[in-house]
Ligand binder design. Sequence first.
Ligand SMILES: Cc1cc2nc3c(=O)[nH]c(=O)nc-3n(C[C@H](O)[C@H](O)[C@H](O)COP(=O)(O)OP(=O)(O)OC[C@H]3O[C@@H](n4cnc5c(N)ncnc54)[C@H](O)[C@@H]3O)c2cc1C
Length: 432
Amino acid sequence: MTTEPGPARSSTPPVPPSSVPGASAKGTLVIAGRGNRHHEVVVVGGGNAGISLAARLRRYGVRDIAVVEPSGRHLFQPLFSHIGGGTAEAAEAVRAQASVMPDGVTWIQDSAADIRPETNAVVLASGSEVTYGHVVVCPGLQLDWHKVPGLAEAMNSPYASSNYVYELASKTWNLLKELRSGTAVFTMPSGPVKCGGASQKPMYLACDYWRQQGVLDQIRVVLVVPTATVYGVPGVDEELNRKINEYGVELRCNSEVVAVDAEGRTVRVHDSQADRTESLAYDVLHAVPPQSAPDWLKATSLPAKGESGGFVEVDPETLRHTRYPNVWSLGDAAGTRNSKAGAALRKQTTVLAKNLKAVLRGGEPKSKYNGYSACPFTVSRSTVVFAEFDDQYRPMPTLPKIHVAKERRSTWILERDLFPGIYWNLILKGRA
Ligand SMILES: Cc1cc2nc3c(=O)[nH]c(=O)nc-3n(C[C@H](O)[C@H](O)[C@H](O)COP(=O)(O)OP(=O)(O)OC[C@H]3O[C@@H](n4cnc5c(N)ncnc54)[C@H](O)[C@@H]3O)c2cc1C
């Protein structure tokens, strides 16, 4: 279904529901995906977007909802950065899918293999079909390891890791905490990625740790980003640059990794502005792979023609498909302009749920998503720079007087200590 390296899979392997916390299903019908069915609303993908949306639609009175989701476990990805930085345990980021599936929603435990808007049908990997009144497409992103030669091999080596895979986040921390001297390279790819700032977060967490251990001076730290500045949001860039200087990080802008030699422990980095390629030897590599919509989604008629990422072509304000009025999309797989993040889809969920409810009642979709997104940069082991911005990376603060885009202790407490509870108890229940 997707293209991943051996152990570093982005799609989660099937996990028996009983092996993860909170494993009891709560009056939710679980179907293994056999036989054709019909539902008023079919949600493809039971991640952050799918579960929050299904829960909110239930609260809005929609009765017949099915979620197509293959995985037996639900992952809270923002915590992966903390796992990789040694400030969270891996177990905090996972719960049984059954425990987060909203009451009264039918869970079809299968993968979508195709969506046919002409016949209002989702084709499942098992071969059966689910027809729909409306379909909401939110299967997330695929990690395209193959696009950088040698990257997948590096992930299988003892010296490289990526917080973008749950199973590898603990490896990241093992590598970072053991390093006492040498070179650590942190990289971000060009193109659409989920939470682009997550390429930098383990770096700041590690630098602060190395400083506490008295070894930061012996470690060369290199950050490779494709953007012209460290992130691209005015105000936020200044704060991040201040931390980068404080930790002595070498910043390579307009640059990205074009090849990895896993055996030789070297990355080839191309600077597109200078049109120059350099080799960097590393002792530890933290790499974020290129990303795109899942291949099966790219092959449907839902993306815009000529749009190579394969994202669902929706009106970026109403989140309704521009050609198929009973197709909707939100989250990482949606062809919206915003930076892809849970913070963005929290706003999108309310908009889409209100619009779908209105349409189901014979009305028009009037609610509009404003392009908001956010990224909490963990710039130390106790502080966060909380970046909030619109779909053109202009600052979009929720509380302008509080200046959360400055390094603060309070935003760490919010993001690290309070937010996981808000996610499991409010966001996934369609209440935040
Ligand atoms: C390391 C890391 C750090 C992050 N940090 C932050 C952060 O600090 N703040 C923030 O706001 N965001 C952060 N994000 C981004 C955030 O987690 C995502 O934007 C969010 O999870 C997107 O939700 P989604 O539902 O679109 O996709 P996902 O949550 O990825 O869910 C997609 C779901 O679709 C399922 N699926 C896949 N294929 C199929 C198929 N064929 N059929 C049916 N279902 C399918 C998957 O199993 C999965 O459950 C981070 C992400 C990562 C990786």
